[in-house]
Write a protein that binds this ligand. Structure first.
Ligand code: ZN
Length: 564
């Protein structure tokens, strides 16, 4: 988990208070119309709802071993998520928690050797014509499709509904085990006036309401959804569809050459059907946002990230053969959307306290709207510099698990890079609050720096984010890791005879050779004994680290030294 933490958040408390005061959520109401030109379809709009961005399919790096012992890596995703993404047309949600998902049911689920598949393997499997869902598909086949798509079991047989019979040639209600979910599968009748251009496909609508909104009379909810929603779905005529222009979207940064790759294309696909979203491209990044009129801000953020990229690489070497896929940045307009984006993911619990994430599972840097109480745009840019490093490292060290002290300490170092002018140069400052705390700690006679260093180095993620050696204060973990990385890069080269010059190269080599053993690499780099036992090496290093943060002259020299 790569989080950038902020001080206890007033916003989070406000959220909690609002949730307590809320009345029982209402069932969704439908009015007006949502037009989906790409599907040639119009349907009643859920009142107060907005279309939410498709959640990107999670990606994991897998290492495989050949019979001769050599290895190779590929990127794989849960096949069921790839299958859903290939058919999902959009999701709309309102603040009460009602959610409507529309999908075009085109393929049955393919048989694959593993639950996780690479994109190529999946696309190849999906090309099998036998998987195509026929217009004559049996209700049981549709029910299977819906159950897998919704991730919910079935409760009984599909029922034909006699609603909207002029326009629809078939309409099935598929009963799901979840009492708060309704699913309908339908097809248009191209023989109906004005519907000759209707797609010959099955569509599926899934409605979820908060359980608390369900009236005790379930029939009332069903009537409301049927009458409000199903009765007015229609196909668009040939001309109305052609007249609906695909919205004009911004906008590459000027003068930038943009290489195309699968990551960039997949990112664009997640906003293809969203009216409010736009993207901006730079050579190594694609930024997605629904903040209207934020192009100048987006341009600036991309400028910072592009300028930092060579700095990341100058400080931390890439693994040989690491690819450089386009990095995705998603920048949300409002808080609700940001929080909703992480629902159901391992990061959901942490979003309250964060101003931004690098979400490794989806390979996305996700930024929350700037909040004034968190320091506004300046704080947001600091977050981007920090999280941008996590994102870069994930791609630069494919399949490796970086030690937490290293990953967070280096990200903190980059967070304190302050842009100088617009030319892409930075000032490498000391991070003020961390430096002050480190100085106090260095002057405090009771502090045991060897013990604190060892505990920080050996902390796994849980111990780093809730450090017993710092009284549970995560900010001290960050500050200490920062102090360590800053010293290694700027202070250590000035120590006589450079006794610490092999620490980082040893760490990199060990991680390259055993990418899943961050503790082993740390022990090799700091010459720790078995089970992390103290050694003369560690004690001497801790003493030099402490001396550096205590002495203003050493720090002054470090500030004046040439940058890498
Ligand atoms: Zn971080």
């Amino acid at each position: 988990m790569n989080t950038r933490l902020v001080l206890p958040s007033a916003a989070a408390l406000l959220f909690a208070a609002a949730a307590l005061a809320a009345p029982a959520p209402p069932l969704p109401q439908f009015s007006g119309e949502t037009t989906l030109a790409s599907l040639n379809l119009a349907m009643p709009a859920m009142r107060g709802a907005r279309q939410v961005p498709a959640k990107p399919v999670p990606v994991g790096t897998y290492t495989w071993t050949r019979s001769d012992g050599t290895t190779w890596q590929d990127e794989r995703s849960p096949a069921v998520e790839l299958w859903r993404a290939a058919q999902s047309a959009g999701t709309w949600a309102d603040r009460a928690g009602n959610e409507l998902t529309l999908a075009r049911a085109r393929f049955a689920f393919p048989a694959l050797p593993y639950e996780h598949a690479s994109r190529e393997e999946f696309d190849e499997a999906l090309a099998d014509p036998a998987l195509r869902l026929s217009p004559k598909a049996e209700p049981a086949e549709l029910a299977d499709w819906v159950s897998r798509f919704a991730g919910v079991g079935l409760r009984g047989e599909p029922t034909a509904l006699p609603i909207n019979r002029q326009r629809l040639s078939a309409l099935w209600e598929i009963p799901l085990e979840d009492p708060a979910a309704r699913a309908y599968a339908f097809r248009f009748d191209p023989g109906h006036a004005g519907q000759a251009a209707a797609q010959a496909a099955w569509f599926v609508a899934i409605l979820r309401v908060p359980a608390a909104a369900l009236p005790s009379d379930n029939g009332a909810a069903d009537r409301q959804l049927r009458n409000g929603f199903l009765s007015s779905i229609r196909a668009l005529g040939r001309f109305s569809a052609a007249a609906t222009d695909p919205k004009a979207k911004p906008r590459a940064r000027p003068d930038a050459e943009i290489p195309e790759d699968a990551r960039r294309a997949a990112a664009r696909a997640t906003i293809e059907l969203l009216d409010d979203w736009w993207h901006m491209d730079s050579p190594h990044y694609i930024l997605l946002s629904d903040i209207q009129g934020a192009t100048a801000q987006a341009d600036r953020l991309l400028g910072v990230l592009e300028a930092l990229r060579p700095r990341y690489a100058a400080l931390v070497p890439r693994f040989p053969r690491a690819e450089e896929p386009t990095s995705v940045v998603r920048f949300f307009r409002d808080d609700d959307e940001f929080v909703r984006y992480f629902e159901g993911t391992p990061l959901a619990l942490a979003v309250e306290r964060t101003a931004g994430f690098y979400d490794g599972g989806r390979r996305e840097l996700v930024i929350r709207p700037a909040k004034r109480e968190w320091g506004g745009p300046e704080h947001m840019e600091a977050t981007v510099r920090h999280e941008g490093f996590h994102q870069w490292l994930h791609a630069a060290w494919p399949g490796a698990e970086a030690p937490t002290w290293f990953n967070e300490g280096t990200a903190e170092v980059f967070e304190s890079f302050v842009p100088r002018g617009a030319g892409g140069s930075f000032e490498w400052r000391e991070q003020e609050s961390a430096a002050r705390w480190l100085e106090d700690l260095a002057k405090n006679r009771d502090a045991d720096w060897t013990a604190l260093l060892r505990a920080t180095l050996l902390a796994d993620q849980r111990a780093f984010y809730n450090p017993p050696h710092f009284g549970g204060d995560v900010r001290k973990s960050y500050a200490f890791a920062y102090g360590l990385m800053y010293f290694l890069h700027r202070g250590a080269p000035l120590v006589r005879n450079q006794p610490w010059k092999d620490v980082l190269p040893t760490l990199y080599r060990a991680l390259y050779e055993s990418p899943r053993d961050p503790a082993g690499a740390t022990c090799a780099a700091f010459q720790l004994g078995p089970n992390g036992a103290d050694t003369a090496f560690l004690e001497k290093f801790a003493a030099d680290l402490r001396a550096f943060w205590r002495a203003s002259s050493a720090r002054q020299n470090a500030r004046n030294a040439k940058l890498p």
